[in-house]
Write a protein that binds this ligand. Structure first.
Ligand SMILES: Nc1ncnc2c1ncn2[C@@H]1O[C@H](COP(=O)(O)OP(=O)(O)O)[C@@H](O)[C@H]1O
Ligand SMILES: [Mg+2]
Length: 374
């Protein structure tokens, strides 16, 4: 258990690092950020920032020497960089977990080996392999890069035979993975943490709604019966246990039209779909992340309120910021980014409801309605 005053090394300088650093400060820790980008969201609130490329081994070495434990908000670190860090300080979660979550093929193989259902999938290295995979999995299907995809980037929907060749050409690097299309009723996710002592805690499953492939709303808890919600949590626990995770992990799942659960992807770090926990739980995802990494005890992932989280993305949403601030009941979280480029996550807000009083489908929009322009 790290004492107050210890230093947590954070790889990555975005909003997930910022909110982790804010939680770390509340626990008495200092955060050193390692990021290629100066003045990012995390650097603004960190004790110290090292600005260098993720493959700058000299800079990584001096970063590691100055910290007590290393964690991530960005998981696509080169393997050689990870190996160097692991040789110097505890890295939580460890390199094996990062390798699995960086690569959709390893990820799907790992999940299936653990007995967790995914969409049917096939590795694709050539157009001939893509044609064979489509013959087997059918259309529609989703073709994805195995690495570095996010917010729907690095993937293409295949609806008709003529979509195959252009999608195969466009997506890089190879290999790719073809996934059968899951006709889902909803997308849900679960945040799970596992401590150094093996304690596992699991936040409630939530529903996620996307706009233009970017998360727009999270609804907590997800509006499904207890069987589905409990099954989602037990899948997340099984994944955390099987990986021997130390840290926090998000599990994205589809609820199919028949109520079955299919895991889409995992992310071994705080997750946008866990932002609701900042205000609806005594110990939110960022504090849980820091506690797990620092070897502190993990409290139950208790939820005292229902919540809706709304992302604020790009210049249009940020034009609403003054009204967000003027609307009673909205809890704002700004990421400190100066430029609101289209599609860029700039801020979010949470709105809480008494437990059990989450508004139904038609109440959600009302609940998020902003104050009239003054
Ligand atoms: N096999 C699939 N079937 C149906 N929808 C999918 C499938 N894979 C992805 N999607 C849709 O695309 C979104 C983004 O895909 P995902 O694999 O989560 O990539 P990322 O979040 O890294 O961009 C998902 O949230 C879902 O809405
Ligand atoms: Mg995703």
């Amino acid at each position: 258990m790290l004492p107050p005053g210890s230093v947590i090394g954070m790889i990555g300088g975005g909003q997930l690092g910022r909110m982790s650093a804010q939680a770390a400060a509340r626990l008495g820790f200092l955060v050193h950020v390692f990021s290629p980008e100066p003045d990012g969201p995390a650097a603004q609130v960190a004790a110290r920032t090292i600005i260098a490329a993720y493959d700058d081994l000299e800079a990584l070495r001096s970063f590691a020497e100055a910290v007590d434990v290393i964690t991530f908000e960005f998981e696509n670190l080169p393997a050689a960089s990870l190996a160097l860090l692991e040789s110097l300080k505890p890295v939580r979660p460890g390199a094996k977990i990062l390798a699995i979550s960086q690569d959709r093929l390893l990820e799907k193989q790992f999940l299936n080996d653990a007995g967790v259902a995914t969409a049917p999938w096939a590795k694709v290295e050539s157009l001939a392999e893509l044609e064979a995979a489509v013959a087997e999995l059918g259309l529609p299907a989703v073709l994805k890069t195995t690495r570095l995809g996010y917010d729907g980037k690095g993937q293409a929907m295949l609806r008709a035979p003529e979509d195959l060749a252009p999608a195969f050409e466009k997506l890089a690097p190879k290999p790719l993975v073809l996934e059968g299309f899951v006709d889902f009723a909803a997308e849900i996710s679960v945040m799970v943490a596992r401590g150094v002592d093996g304690t596992i805690v699991c936040f409630d499953a939530v529903e996620n709604r996307h706009k233009h492939h970017i998360l727009d709303l999270t609804i907590a808890p997800a509006p499904f019966g207890p069987e589905i919600l409990e099954e989602a949590q037990s899948i997340a626990r099984l994944i955390a246990e099987t990986l021997a995770l130390v840290g926090l992990l998000g599990v994205e799942m589809f609820v199919t039209s028949t109520g079955a659960l299919v895991v889409n992807e995992i992310a071994p770090r705080p997750h946008n779909s866990g932002h609701w926990t900042m205000d609806a739980c005594p110990c939110g995802q960022f504090e849980m992340h820091i506690r797990a990494v620092a070897g502190l005890p993990l409290p139950p992932a208790m939820r005292h309120s229902d919540a809706v989280m709304k992302n604020l993305i790009g210049p249009e949403d940020m034009a609403l910021w003054p009204r967000v601030l003027a609307t009673p009941g909205l809890i704002p979280h700004h990421y400190g980014k100066t430029e609101a480029r289209p599609g860029r996550k700039m801020a979010h807000f949470n709105r809480l409801f008494p437990k059990g009083a989450l508004p139904g489908e038609f109440g959600i929009e009302d609940a998020l309605a902003l104050a009239e322009k003054s």
